[in-house]
Design a binder for this molecule. Structure first.
Ligand code: HAM
Length: 428
């Protein structure tokens, strides 16, 4: 083995498509999390936290074997015993698994959950598209009515406006149900049979097995080939058509603008009836900032009872890129800087800083033997509104100087009960 000394210290970079969220950015992320959690809780949602890894089978069965996510994008590997596990590409499947596994439906099938966390998809990284990205998810179980679909979209759009997001548009569609979907599939398959040559290899394979996936393909030739494809909306059964009508009327009544988008089939197989996406013009090619829909069959498919559900996920990274808010609006600054000169004062500064910190006051001190000038410079750099100046003389006289950095005014403050005095007089 090489001696440690001989190994050159090469910098290790993060994995492609992964990123750090640094101080200066985290303030905005935390603000968004707080606003989302508070709004969702007002609408009756409760937080759920689920693992970042699950058995691969969970995602394959729910998202669908023919989807891009399952076919090409999952981080799947055998664990040390050879069982296939996957870093979650989305949260819905895990939340459904949890709802079933803990029989959360038993005492009350109507449950509303939200969760915020990282997802993993091995897509080609570009602006707005990462391999580890974050989602804010909301899911409702046990309500089949279209009114909840409207309420969810209302809540989502209002979250965006609370976060100063402009330039968004709600796109809605219906994908029908097991009663009407087969007719639509047949119509699409027939339509696609004359277009085989124009389709990419994936779509040629998918066109008979899962023709809806062809409508979602991003390859330009495929997109062109399906321009005149039949619309699912023309094939809805009366119940699905009524559901979609109620959704549209309710959105109008709630003053939520929307466009009906018959091309919106979404990239996951579990959807039934309502699907929606919030699209923005500010993000280039990655124009979906949130997506969701109804998945009435999924609880049953994953081994639970027959319970309807609907939800959405917001792309958190994309949201931070289009909000009008800035991290600097939420940046925390110290309340006071303690400039200490000499050994004794520095030791006192440590005590005071700790006592103030424990009482919720952001006190900073330099812990070094630098000049008053350089400590004042540091206080300025940190934008501390007050500086407490203490040297041997002040300690002896039993009073320290408190300088207001804006007015340059200085007052003498007695040493006894300095912490209380600071708290009461000037800071909070
Ligand atoms: P999705 O459309 O796959 O839906 O993802 C939702 C949102 O996550 C997208 O609209 C986008 O903003 C963001 N997103 C997806 N992939 C990436 C990426 N590689 N980089 C950055 N952001 C990304 C779902 O995941 C469903 N589970 C939503 C849902 C919940 N449906 C029902 N309940």
């Amino acid at each position: 083995m090489k001696d440690r000394e001989e190994i050159p210290y090469k910098m290790i970079q993060l994995i492609r498509g992964f990123k750090d969220i640094l101080p200066g950015e985290t303030e905005l992320w935390r603000h968004i999390e707080k606003v989302a959690a508070s709004l969702f809780e007002d609408f009756g949602f409760k937080e759920i936290r689920i693992p970042v890894m699950e058995k691969t089978e969970l995602f394959a069965r729910s998202i669908g074997e023919d989807t891009d996510i399952v076919e090409k994008e999952m981080y799947t590997f055998p664990d040390r015993k050879g069982d296939l596990i996957t870093l979650r590409p989305e949260a819905t499947a895990s939340i459904v698994r949890s709802y079933i596994q803990h029989k959360l439906y038993a005492s009350d099938p109507v449950r509303k959950f939200y969760t915020i966390g990282p997802m993993f998809r091995r897509e080609r990284p570009q602006k707005g598209r990462y391999r580890q990205f974050y989602q804010i998810n909301a899911e409702v179980f046990g309500v089949g009515s279209a009114y909840i679909d409207a309420q969810l979209i209302f809540m989502l759009m209002n979250l965006f406006s609370r976060l100063s997001v402009t330039d968004t548009e709600a796109h809605i569609n219906s994908l029908g149900c097991p009663v009407c979907r087969p007719n639509f599939r047949t119509a699409i398959s027939e339509f696609l049979s004359s277009k085989t040559d124009a389709l990419c290899a994936d779509c040629q394979r998918r066109s008979s097995r899962n023709p809806l996936r062809v409508l979602d393909c991003k390859v330009p030739t495929c997109r062109e080939a399906v321009t005149d494809a039949p619309s699912v909306l023309e094939h809805l059964c009366p119940e699905c058509a009524e559901h979609f009508d109620i959704l549209k009327t309710s959105l109008k009544n709630l003053d939520v603008p929307f466009v009906t988008d018959k091309r919106l089939v979404r990239g996951l197989d579990y959807y039934t009836r309502t699907t929606f996406e919030i699209q923005t013009g500010s993000l280039g090619a990655q124009n979906a900032v949130a997506g969701g829909g109804r998945y009435d069959g999924l609880v049953k498919t994953l081994g639970g009872p027959d319970i309807p559900a609907i939800g959405f996920a917001i792309g958190f990274d994309r949201l931070t890129e289009i909000t009008g808010l800035k991290a600097s609006d939420f940046e925390q600054k110290p309340d006071v800087f303690i400039a200490a000169l000499g050994e004794k004062s520095q030791s006192k500064a440590l005590e005071w800083a700790c006592a103030l910190n424990m009482q919720g006051i952001k006190a900073e001190t330099a812990f070094g033997d630098s000049s008053l000038k350089s400590q004042m410079k540091r206080a300025d750099k940190l934008a501390a509104p007050y500086v407490l100046i203490v040297g041997d003389k002040e300690l002896e006289e039993g009073a320290v100087l408190l300088r207001n950095m804006a007015t340059k005014e200085q007052v003498s403050v007695p040493l006894d009960n300095i912490v209380e005095t600071l708290k009461a007089n000037s800071l909070k």
